[in-house]
Each structure stands twice: as structure tokens, then as C-alpha cells.
Ligand binder design. Structure first.
Ligand SMILES: Nc1ncnc2c1ncn2[C@@H]1O[C@H](COP(=O)(O)OP(=O)(O)OP(=O)(O)O)[C@@H](O)[C@H]1O
Ligand SMILES: [Mg+2]
Length: 248
């Protein structure tokens, strides 16, 4: 079980504290698939980053199988079996795809190219390529997902895996993520896609930096549709003014 307990997170921007997350409480249970969804800027990636140790919470705790891992860094959490595929994967100039996969497979059953094929990339074309700007957005995203699949961590968090993936490959992507899920894994997919929300056990709606609803697809989906609001509202609130021209 991965638990985020009373998580608050503030960023310091130009000597000003900007609240990003407040009172986030989530239990992720083994064997279940979850979707984190919510408006742009609501804090979904920040939740994932706190879980992975990329962001350090201002208050609250992160527990993994009963152990308080709040003070552990990214590598220590990765060693414990937590993995994250970035929404915007970093580029590593000069690092070949095969080296990245070799590193990813280190803790499992040896090097193989199947993860690339699974995600729709021909190993012959990509193993020698380097993870720099020469790869397209969709290609780097696929390699990021393949790397997480190769790591095969107990907790796998995919941050908008569909972003940049063409329509023809979308169904294949859903299958790959769904098929990689096991009884002893926690799969968390951050997504706005109805098809992804349809395949999970539980949907968690993040709004304004906190969890506003969670439940099964049938419970949550109608409420999400009903409560969809104009994206300008959040920034208007930050500016402490009412956006009178809001079209909705
Ligand atoms: N360095 C920063 N400086 C200021 N604000 C930041 C910074 N990093 C993140 N934020 C803000 O934190 C909020 C949450 O960002 P986050 O990336 O978690 O949102 P998200 O729900 O993943 O959005 P999206 O659906 O667009 O990916 C946003 O309003 C974002 O602008
Ligand atoms: Mg995000």
C-alpha cells in the first residue's frame, strides 16, 4: 500500500510561497488500477512527484507498505519499487536508448527489446538512437513508457501516457498498460482520456491542489462531466477577482 497522508506542498517562487497541494490523502492498494484526473494545473503531476520524491512535501507523510519514506530520495524510492514515467520526459544528450533500457532492466530479468516492440517502436531503428532532441515528442514518450515497463516496479505511475501518442497507437498503449498490471502492483495513470478512466478500478479527481472526489467510474464519471468548469476559474481566484466574462 502506498499512502499519501495529509500532504501539503508549497513552492518557493521569487521569495513567495505558492501553495500547490493541500491536505491530500490517498491510499493506493496493491492489485488496483487508479486514474488521477482533473483540470490542467490542479496538481496531478505534483501528487506523482511527491510520491516519487521529486518534490518534498512541506507537511504530511508518504508511507510505502507501512514504512515512512517521506525523507527518502528518488533512487531510494526506486529501489523500493516505485517508478514514474514523466509527463514531459527529460532528454539525455548522448545517452543511447539501449543504455537506458539496460539500466532499467538491471533489477529484473535481463535485457530484451520486447518493451520497445510492445510500445510500437522497432528496436533496430531505435536502440542506437540517443535520447536527445532528435527524437520526436511521441517517440521520447514511448521510450519513457517502455523504460518504466522494463523497470517493472511494484508501483508504476504513468503521467499522461497518451500525450503525443498518435490515434493509431492509442488502443495499443491502453492494452500495454493494462496487461502490465498484476495482482501485486499498483498502477496509477494520470489521464484525461475517457478510455483510460474506463479501464481503472478507481478514479481520483484532483481539483485546486486536493482530492475532491474518488470512487468507481460509474460514481465519478457523471459528476466529472457535470462539474466541468472553465479553466480560467483557478487563475481568476488566484488574482482574487471574479472573471465576469467567463463563458460558462
Ligand atoms: N515552478 C513553478 N512555479 C510556479 N508554479 C508552479 C511551478 N511548478 C508547478 N506550478 C503550478 O502548480 C500547479 C500544479 O501543477 P501540476 O503540474 O501538478 O498540474 P497538473 O494537474 O499535472 O496539470 P496538467 O493537467 O496541465 O498536467 C499549476 O498551477 C502549476 O502552474
Ligand atoms: Mg501534469
Amino acid at each position: 500500500m502506498l499512502t499519501l497522508e495529509n500532504i501539503n506542498f508549497e513552492l518557493e517562487v521569487e521569495e513567495r510561497k505558492v501553495p500547490i497541494l493541500h491536505d491530500v490523502n490517498i491510499n493506493f492498494e496493491a492489485g488496483k488500477m487508479y486514474a488521477l484526473t482533473g483540470p490542467n494545473g490542479s496538481g496531478k503531476s505534483s501528487v506523482a512527484r511527491v510520491a516519487m520524491g521529486i518534490y518534498r512535501q512541506t507537511a504530511g507523510r508518504v508511507l510505502y507498505n507501512g514504512e515512512d519514506i517521506s525523507s527518502l530520495g528518488i533512487s531510494e524510492r526506486a529501489r523500493r519499487g516505485i517508478g514514474y514515467a514523466f509527463q514531459h520526459p527529460p532528454r539525455f544528450k548522448g545517452m543511447p536508448v539501449k543504455d537506458m533500457l539496460e539500466l532499467a532492466f538491471k533489477h529484473s530479468d535481463g535485457y530484451n527489446c520486447q518493451v520497445l516492440r510492445d510500445i510500437g517502436l522497432c528496436p533496430d531503428d531505435y536502440l542506437e538512437r540517443t535520447l536527445d532532441n532528435s527524437l520526436s515528442g511521441g517517440e521520447i514518450k514511448r521510450i519513457e513508457i517502455a523504460t518504466l515497463l522494463a523497470q517493472n516496479p511494484r508501483v508504476r505511475i504513468f503521467d499522461e501516457p497518451e500525450a503525443g501518442i498518435d490515434l493509431w497507437s492509442f488502443e495499443q498503449l491502453i492494452d500495454v498498460i493494462g496487461n502490465s498490471h498484476r495482482e501485486d502492483t499498483i498502477t496509477v495513470v494520470i489521464s484525461h482520456q475517457e478510455k483510460i478512466l474506463n479501464m481503472v478500478d478507481e478514479i481520483i479527481l484532483v481539483r485546486d491542489g486536493t482530492v475532491s472526489m474518488r470512487g468507481s467510474r460509474d460514481e465519478i464519471w457523471p459528476q466529472i462531466k457535470e462539474s466541468a468548469e472553465c479553466g480560467c476559474r483557478k487563475s481568476c481566484r488566484l488574482e482574487e477577482k471574479i472573471y465576469a466574462d467567463c463563458p460558462r
